[in-house]
Design a protein around this ligand. Structure first.
Ligand code: PGA
Length: 251
């Protein structure tokens, strides 16, 4: 049985004081989730990673990005060993906002994912089509390319350090969430592509849906056969909605 995972992506929100407040206020619900077999975590900005870790040891704390190089002349970047130093072992890779605003290509994502798995760290690899691609019926072609290029040269045993998040770009922050049928169909397709690449290891892969997930709709996604969790933006920022999502999953 695959575990369930609820991961909040805070994007460029919450300073250290706000992150600390959230971390402290969610200790109880994080424990409750764990007791009920649900993994929960948040991805704060780099600056607040340690704050959240120090104030709620029950949460998975994920970075939102990392650089693939070990060190060097990369102004403004953060390396894997810097994350390791503060105990971070999970990183979101290839979020559509990074693909859109920071020229994150499948090849760049691949370099980062390879370095993460070599370091036994988990990469949460985001894939998903734009609205135009969705309208042109290109979803599966786009997602397949993102998977094949992003996961190039990974070995089947590396899959234990991989989570894939299907996030249709048109549903992120728009309130226009994909229906559970569309989400399940694409997540099943993702598992098939991963099966083609890594055979039976695909059965263990956690696949998340992301895009306008809220307390009211989280259960319908996690109830689908190939959806093992959710990557949540807006609704993960408030203690109340974060708590409600967990409660609705346990029900
Ligand atoms: P949203 O964001 O839940 O606010 O739509 C999802 C994401 O960007 O991961």
């Amino acid at each position: 049985m695959r575990k369930k995972l609820l991961l909040g992506n805070w994007k460029m929100n919450k300073n250290c004081a706000e992150a600390r407040e959230f971390a402290e206020a969610t200790i109880g619900i994080s424990k409750f989730a764990k007791e009920n077999g649900i993994l929960v975590g948040v991805a704060p900005t780099y600056l607040a990673l340690k704050t959240v870790k120090d104030h709620n040891s029950e949460l998975i704390v994920s970075a939102q990005n990392v650089h693939f190089a070990e060190s060097g002349a990369y102004t403004g970047e953060i390396s894997i060993s810097m994350l390791q130093e503060i105990g971070i072992d999970t990183v979101i890779i290839g979020h559509s906002e990074r693909r859109q605003y920071d020229n994150e290509t499948n090849q760049k994502c691949n370099q980062k994912i390879l370095r993460l798995v070599q370091n036994k760290m988990t990469a949460v690899y985001c894939v998903g089509e734009t609205e135009k691609e969705f309208d042109q019926n290109l979803t599966k072609a786009v997602v397949e390319k993102q998977l094949k290029e992003g996961l190039k040269d990974l070995k089947p045993e590396d899959l234990q350090y991989l989570v894939v998040a299907y996030e249709p770009v048109w549903s992120i922050g728009t309130g226009k969430n994909a229906s559970k049928e569309i989400a399940q169909d694409v997540c099943a397709f993702i598992r098939n592509v991963v099966r083609e690449l890594f055979e039976e290891k695909a059965e263990e892969l956690l696949i998340l849906y992301g895009g306008s997930v809220k307390p009211e709709n989280v259960y319908q996604y996690l109830n689908q056969e190939d959806i093992d969790g959710a990557l949540v933006g807006g609704a993960s920022l408030k203690v109340e909605s974060f708590t409600e999502m967990i409660n609705n999953l346990v029900k």
